[in-house]
Design a protein around this ligand. Sequence first.
Ligand SMILES: [Zn+2]
Length: 86
Amino acid sequence: MKKACVWLAIISAIVLLITLGVVGVKLLDGNYDTTAEVIITGISFVIFLGSVACYKFIGSRCPHCGKVNDTLLGKSKFCPHCGKEI
Ligand SMILES: [Zn+2]
């Protein structure tokens, strides 16, 4: 679950950078027909924010007590709420 969020964040960040690059190149080239790229940029930005939120809030949730392990952003091996290994 957490890994899926990380991969989604990485992929959407790459798509975001590529589309931003394409928009930049097109604008520099005098081509202002960038509606599709702007839409893709917006979508990938939303996916990126969503996957970061997923990683922070859902991905770091303790499988034993269900509480969010927010102290170390999920890096801790043990849950700070119930003490069980994650
Ligand atoms: Zn716990």
